[in-house]
Design a protein around this ligand. Structure first.
Ligand code: PLP
Length: 396
């Protein structure tokens, strides 16, 4: 018996445990402290009513012998795959065939599972700082990782490293943790680079619903050539509050044939073997998200988070603090003033303002000296936190 030795190479992720521990210690010393959490990466608003109604109606169907549903069709019910294809057409101007869309239990799983289509001797190119799941999944496979640096100078939107070889490329736009979002022109450069290297881009569009700038695409397929070299992985977690329900989708276009292979066919086969679909009730709720009423009501929640992000952005603008994000994203990524490290800033902000955020160093080497705040909280509490932030930054 031999266990996977690559697990020994995983970094122990203490970020959120460390945060919880430091906040608990602070609370013990200051039991009356009124702490506001602006570090939340989860949604807080309830499901939109049309979505909740569809979920309940599907639940009732399951309780009736005449309408009960067992195993669903592999890759998702046609009603949902068609609803997603229609969303791409009407909202993004992108034509997809429903059989290029694979319903999933969320973006995190597919960002890792898709790697089964590639051998471990490929090189993965991953931006730093980044959502840690990409790194972990590649480390578990023992794959070589090269990093492209996000920095203040490039607005945390690294350009392709021309001349350097890559096989699998992760891009996340709008980005977690930096909130930065690539324009069509910037993505076109990545697509040219991937195409000429024979690489596949795994494009994480989990935050597409936050995009409001005209030149920032919601889907990578709005950019020419993307269907030949990009897999798009998306999620209803942030679009419609499905972090607890679990539903997403992965798009593998038919024209995507790295090394002449049919990647869509391979993904279809992998899912047949290892995935038994998302619950019927969840797929019905997801279908309701893509109705006009469902989209309208779900985007009211997205706007709520965006307003919170704008409130925080205003406080940072007032204090003259550099940051990225906050426009096409619920995330704000600020440069810690006074050359403080990410954790020093965390401690100071907690002690002097009672506000909790996320140290940027937890997202990669280039995150040191940066700090993530989010718009996922309650609006009144976010206003209060912004006032405290303003007073705190004035004193720094
Ligand atoms: N991708 C990014 C960039 C994320 O930030 C997150 C969650 O925070 C996910 C994927 C996870 O999405 P899901 O809930 O669909 O698994």
């Amino acid at each position: 018996m031999q266990l996977n030795p690559n697990f020994a190479n995983l970094s122990q992720s203490y970020l959120f445990t460390d945060i919880a521990r430091r906040v608990a210690a602070y609370k013990e010393e200051h039991p009356n402290a009124d702490i506001i959490r602006l570090g939340i990466g989860d949604v807080t608003r309830p499901l939109a009513k049309p979505v909740a109604d569809a979920l309940c109606a599907a639940g009732a169907e399951m309780a009736d012998a005449a309408t009960f549903m067992g195993y669903g069709p592999e890759h998702g019910y046609p009603f949902l795959r068609e609803a997603i294809a229609n969303y791409y057409k009407t909202k993004h101007g992108v034509t997809l065939s429903p059989d290029e869309i694979f319903v999933s239990d969320g973006a995190k799983s597919d960002c890792g599972n898709i790697l089964e289509l590639f051998t471990a001797d490929n090189t993965a190119l991953i931006p730093d700082p980044v959502y840690p799941a990409y790194v972990d999944a590649n480390v578990m496979d023992g794959r070589r990782i090269e990093y492209v640096s996000g920095t203040r100078e490039n607005g945390f939107l690294p350009a392709p490293p021309e001349g350097q070889k890559a096989d699998i490329i992760y891009l996340c736009s709008p980005n977690n943790p930096t909130g930065a979002a690539y324009t069509k022109k910037q993505l076109a450069a990545w697509i040219r680079y991937a195409y000429s290297s024979g690489a596949v881009i795994l494009f994480d569009a989990a935050y597409e619903c936050f995009v409001s700038d005209k030149d920032v695409p919601h889907s990578v397929y709005e950019v020419e050539g993307a269907k030949e070299c990009v897999v798009e992985i998306c999620s209803l977690s942030k679009t419609a509050g499905f972090t607890g329900l679990r539903c997403g989708y992965t798009v593998v276009p038919k024209g995507l044939r790295p090394a002449g292979e049919d990647l869509r066919g391979m993904w279809s086969r992998r899912q047949q073997a290892k995935f038994n679909e998302v619950p019927y009730v969840v797929q019905r709720a997801a279908e309701a998200v893509f109705t006009p009423e469902g989209l309208k009501a779900s985007f009211e929640n997205v706007d709520y988070y965006k307003k919170n992000a704008a409130v925080i952005a205003k406080a940072l603008d007032k204090a003259g603090v550099w940051y990225s994000g906050g426009v096409n994203s619920p995330y704000l990524w600020l440069a810690c003033p006074g050359n403080l490290t990410s954790w020093d800033f965390f401690d100071k902000l907690l002690a002097e303002a009672g506000v909790v955020g996320t140290p940027g160093s937890g997202f990669g080497k280039n995150g040191e000296g940066y700090f993530r705040l989010t718009g996922f909280g309650d609006a009144a509490r976010t206003e209060e936190a912004a006032q405290r932030l303003t007073a705190f930054l004035k004193k720094l």
